[in-house]
Design a protein around this ligand. Structure first.
Ligand code: ZN
Length: 155
């Protein structure tokens, strides 16, 4: 495993659309291991492959309930109800803003063995799923910010 460099805002790779994974091989597994290590090292709750410069549809998430690896994820359901809450991104360090996200989503993806599974997320997990999947289409949370949070003025 290795920690990879997290690409920062301004890097054009973050604005490109990622391609589906066609075959899960040793390189894919190495990438996923590295993404998990990179995410935990940076104390993030999610990381998408373009954030380490790889334009493939892979995300890793851990909102404190254990790691979730998503290959070729697709949103198959989302609640009409949306929640506006604070969000940040490892590619935009130190900046936080409120974004509206569905309260609940269901995502279908492949696991590391290539088996299809679904994950249902509410609250923080729904937010992380939407945020990471946006990265696969070159979308950053700042595109959706309703209000920036001044962290220096919090108290
Ligand atoms: Zn992000």
């Amino acid at each position: 495993m290795a920690i990879r460099e997290i690409r920062k805002k301004g890097d054009e790779v973050l604005r490109k659309k990622s391609k589906p994974v066609k075959e899960i091989n040793d390189r894919t597994n190495q990438l996923i291991d590295d993404m998990l290590e990179t995410m935990y090292n940076a104390e993030g709750v999610g990381l998408a492959a373009p954030q380490v410069g790889i334009l493939r549809r892979i995300c890793v998430i851990d909102v404190g309930e254990g790691p979730i690896v998503l290959i070729n994820p697709e949103k198959i359901e989302e609640s009409a109800e949306q929640i506006q809450a604070a969000e940040g991104c490892l590619s935009i360090p130190g900046i936080y803003g409120e974004v509206k996200r569905p309260e609940r989503v269901v995502v279908k993806a492949l696991d590391r063995e290539g088996k299809s599974f679904t994950v249902e997320g509410t609250g923080m997990l729904a937010r992380a799923l939407c945020h990471e999947m946006d990265h696969l289409d070159g979308i950053l949370f700042e595109d959706k910010v309703i209000r920036y949070i001044d962290v220096n003025n919090e108290d």
